[in-house]
Design a protein around this ligand. Structure first.
Ligand SMILES: Nc1ncnc2c1ncn2[C@@H]1O[C@H](COP(=O)(O)OP(=O)(O)OP(=O)(O)O)[C@@H](O)[C@H]1O
Ligand SMILES: [Mg+2]
Length: 494
């Protein structure tokens, strides 16, 4: 008997068949990966299971019994919990309050009682949280643990995790896996969505692959390899070769000198960063997240003002420039959070044109035709699964990310600030974006690549700088960099 069986699930959005006769089985106590390219229909299938979407046809069996799931409430009742990437916690409440929120019926329960309950539950499931901590002070990894505990507290026997690791640093990923492996031993069944094949191979028992809404394979981990999985998803071989430049780099174009920045808590997040980027090179920034990377991106894109130091592009001072002025000066940026700078209610075409409205304005009128025509081209170039007139919010996560990149790169910027450019992207799209970034470099752009994925940094960069606690710990050339050397610097060793 399966923990979950989804039979012949069909779901259509307009002309798009997001799920087509999908048959999906989850065994008791297994971790089952759901794999597939961006837009393959993974999230849709899970939203159906959690009662957020209604299938056009098909049925769901929970423990062998046909079950009607029309809302998340029904799903929770049936023992199904879901942890999404965008957490649903209330930041101003404590961990304990968040866990019991909406579940404990007694209105008179005291803070102490709540905390004791949550502590007991945290110990029972081995999911470490501090019940009295305010959620707003927690790291992403900690918040995710709270979400997991929240589901378990509601007696979830099946846990859906939609790209849980996309937001975690490597250490947090390890902790999550440890915790999941413990939980499945005590009977939990997990559906795990990820684009990272090494994670899937590390933690999952079986894998179901979706392609264009259809199941293209169901395999046991021991019967497959990362290569096979990639082939099943994209239908061809993918490469992981080093892509550093063979050409000579140009002059220094982009310079940061002695940058100091305070974070919102008033602590110094950057303590004197100096970096020079040459045209025609990719400078990678390696580091464990939280060591100043996001502050660095924010300063360079005009979202934070440095307390000291300067930024110049071909001699032009950009230290105190606004985001719009920085874009105009020729800096293309892909923000860390793909929702930043995007408007969900506008169309794909409008979002693509947004930073370039001057270009599309003639005699005071926006040239809608040109906007649509250019959007069509960009959609084709970047292989975005969407139409120009689709509302952006309807796109799958990875396709949204491609829109962000298409907008940043199609203006041929002099400097590209690529912050986590492939986060949440499938194997094929990741490969494509990496090629695009190297093409930008070969065209002569200076590319600053910030990524938590060390393999990505090593694959693309011509030079690698390691950031640690707001300082640059060292800069290595691609040829002298190794995982060991970088790892040591990332841990703060000199
Ligand atoms: N509410 C909606 N309205 C219209 N189309 C939608 C809606 N939700 C999803 N879609 C479309 O259905 C398809 C499948 O999307 P889904 O989010 O399930 O993909 P996914 O496999 O989770 O992709 P990713 O890896 O990028 O997260 C996409 O083409 C998406 O644009
Ligand atoms: Mg998804």
């Amino acid at each position: 008997m399966y923990a979950i069986e989804m039979v012949n699930i069909n779901k259509r959005f307009g002309n798009l068949q997001a799920n087509k006769d999908v048959h999906f089985c989850l065994e008791q106590g297994e971790i089952h990966a759901l794999l597939g390219e961006n837009g393959a229909g993974k999230t849709t299938l899970m939203r159906i299971l959690y009662g957020l979407y209604h299938p056009d046809s098909g049925e769901i069996l929970v423990n062998g019994e046909k079950t009607q799931i029309s809302s998340p409430k029904d799903a929770i009742q049936a023992g199904i919990g879901m942890v999404t990437q965008h957490f649903t916690l209330v930041p101003t409440l404590t961990v304990a309050e968040n866990v019991v929120l909406g579940y404990t019926h007694s209105a008179t329960i005291s803070q102490k009682e709540i905390e004791a309950k949550v502590k007991a539950s945290s110990e029972k499931f081995g999911v470490q949280v501090d019940p009295s901590a305010l959620v707003k002070y927690l790291s992403v990894g900690e918040r995710q643990r709270v979400e997991i505990l929240k589901a378990l507290y509601r007696n979830a026997k099946v846990l859906i995790m939609d790209e849980p690791t996309a937001v975690l640093v490597p250490q947090e990923v390890d902790a999550l896996f440890e915790s999941l492996l413990k939980l499945v031993k005590s009977g939990l069944s997990v559906i795990f969505i990820s684009h990272k094949l090494n994670e899937v191979m590390a933690v999952c028992d079986r894998i179901t692959v979706l392609r264009d809404g259809e199941v293209t394979g169901i395999v046991k981990k021991q019967d497959t390899t990362q290569k096979d999985l990639a082939r099943m998803m994209v239908g061809r071989e993918t490469s992981t070769q080093r892509m550093s430049s063979t050409r000579k780099r140009g002059q220094v174009t982009y310079e940061m000198k002695d940058l100091h920045v305070l974070n919102p808590q008033g602590l110094e997040a950057l303590k004197g960063i100096s970096l020079s980027l040459h045209s025609g090179e990719i400078l990678g920034i390696a580091g464990v997240s939280g060591n100043g990377q996001s502050e660095l991106t924010k300063v360079l894109t005009g979202l934070l003002t440095p307390t000291q130091g300067s930024v110049t592009l071909e001699g032009q001072d950009l230290t105190h420039a606004s985001p719009a002025e920085i874009t105009q000066a020729g800096v293309g940026r892909t923000p860390e959070d793909r929702h930043e700078g995007m408007i969900g209610d506008l169309t794909v075409a409008e979002n693509l044109a947004m930073e370039d409205l001057d270009h599309y304005t003639h005699n005071g009128f926006l040239d809608q035709k040109a906007i649509l025509k250019d959007a069509e081209q960009k959609i084709k170039d970047f292989q975005i699964k969407a139409a120009p007139t689709d509302a952006l919010r309807k796109l799958s996560g990875g396709n949204m990310q491609k829109v962000v990149l298409a907008r940043a790169l199609s203006r041929h910027p002099k400097v590209v600030i690529a912050s986590q450019p492939t986060r949440g992207l499938d194997v094929g799209a990741t490969e494509y974006i990496r090629k695009r970034l190297t093409a930008e470099r070969d065209r002569g752009a200076a590319v600053l690549l910030l990524s938590e994925d060390l393999d990505e940094i090593m694959m693309l960069s011509d030079r690698i700088a390691v950031i640690y606690e707001g300082c640059i710990k060292g800069i290595l050339s691609a040829s002298e960099a190794s995982t060991e050397k970088l790892g040591l610097l990332m841990a703060g060793a000199c």
